[in-house]
Design a protein around this ligand. Structure first.
Ligand code: PXP
Length: 246
C-alpha cells in the first residue's frame, strides 16, 4: 500500500497567537517544525473573518516553507483572488459560515455546481490543484468529478465525534466513499477532528492518499511539543497502513 501523506494544519497556532494580538506563537515557525517532523504538506485556512490565519501568514508560508501549501478557502471572489496571487500548490474549497466554530459539514457540491465550477476552473488554470471538502457521500463525489475537481477531502468529523457501533458505521461510510472516489478517478484525502485514538482505522483505508490534521496536534503540542506529536501521529498512520497491508 502506498505511503499516506500527512498534511499539518497550523490554523490553531495562529488562534493562540491572536489571543494576545502579538507574533507568538508563529504559525510559520510551526510549519517549519512540522517539516522537521516529517510532514508532507502544510494546510492553512484563511477565513473570511481572519480569526486565525492572516493574509501575511499565507505570503510567508508560500515564501518560507519548502513543503507544498494546501490553502483552505471558501469559494468567494476574495479568496479566489488571494489564491491566484499566491499560487499555493493546492486549494481545498470548504463551506464557510461566519457563525460556525469550525467547518461543520462538507460542501454541497450537488447543489452548488454553478457557483463552484467557475472558481475551480480559475484555480486549475493557474496550476493550483483543487480539492473539495465533502461529506463521505458518493453523490457529492460524483458532483465533484462533474465540476472538474481532481481531488476530494472526505470529512471525518462525524466519525470522530461518535463511538462504538456509530463510529464503525461512520468509518464504513468513509471507506465506501473513498473506494467510490478512487473508482471514478478522484484522488481521495480525509480530515477533520482526527486524533491518536481515531486515526488508525482511517489511515488503513487503502484508497486514501492524504490526511490533514491540525487541532488535536496543536493541543497535544502543549504537553509533548509539536514535533513529538506529529512524529507519533505519523507512526500511528504508518502502523495502521502496514497492518492493513499485511
Ligand atoms: N481538513 C479540512 C478541510 C478542514 O477544514 C480542517 C479544519 O480546518 C481540517 C482538515 C483539520 O481538522 P482538525 O483541525 O480538526 O484536525
Amino acid at each position: 500500500m502506498s505511503r499516506l501523506r500527512l498534511g499539518i494544519n497550523i490554523d490553531h497556532v495562529a488562534t493562540v497567537r491572536n489571543a494576545r494580538g502579538g507574533a507568538h506563537p508563529c504559525p510559520v515557525r510551526a510549519a517549519k517544525a512540522a517539516a522537521a517532523a516529517g510532514a508532507d504538506g502544510i494546510t492553512a485556512h484563511l477565513r473570511e473573518d481572519r480569526r486565525h490565519i492572516r493574509d501575511a501568514d499565507i505570503g510567508r508560508l508560500v515564501e518560507e516553507i519548502a513543503l507544498p501549501l494546501n490553502f483552505e478557502m471558501a469559494a468567494t471572489e476574495e479568496m479566489v483572488a488571494i489564491a491566484l496571487r499566491h499560487r499555493p500548490h493546492a486549494a481545498c474549497i470548504v463551506p464557510e459560515k461566519r457563525t460556525e466554530v469550525t467547518t461543520e459539514g462538507g460542501l454541497d457540491v450537488v447543489g452548488g455546481q454553478a457557483h463552484l465550477r467557475p472558481a475551480i476552473a480559475r484555480l486549475a488554470e493557474a496550476g493550483i490543484r483543487v480539492s473539495l471538502f465533502v461529506d463521505p457521500d458518493p453523490a457529492q463525489l460524483d458532483a465533484a468529478l462533474a465540476v472538474g475537481a481532481p481531488v476530494v477531502e472526505l470529512h471525518t468529523g462525524a466519525y470522530c465525534e461518535v463511538e462504538g457501533a456509530e463510529r464503525a458505521h461512520e468509518l464504513e461510510r468513509i471507506r465506501r466513499a473513498a473506494a467510490h472516489g478512487a473508482a471514478i478517478g478522484l484522488e481521495c484525502h480525509a480530515g477533520h477532528g482526527l486524533a491518536f485514538d481515531s486515526v488508525g482505522p482511517v489511515a488503513a483505508i487503502p484508497t486514501l492518499v492524504e490526511l490533514n490534521i491540525g487541532h488535536f496536534l496543536v493541543g497535544e503540542a502543549i504537553f509533548t511539543g509539536l514535533e513529538a506529536a506529529i512524529r507519533r501521529m505519523r507512526a500511528l498512520m504508518d502502523e495502521a497502513r502496514a497492518t492493513a497491508g499485511a
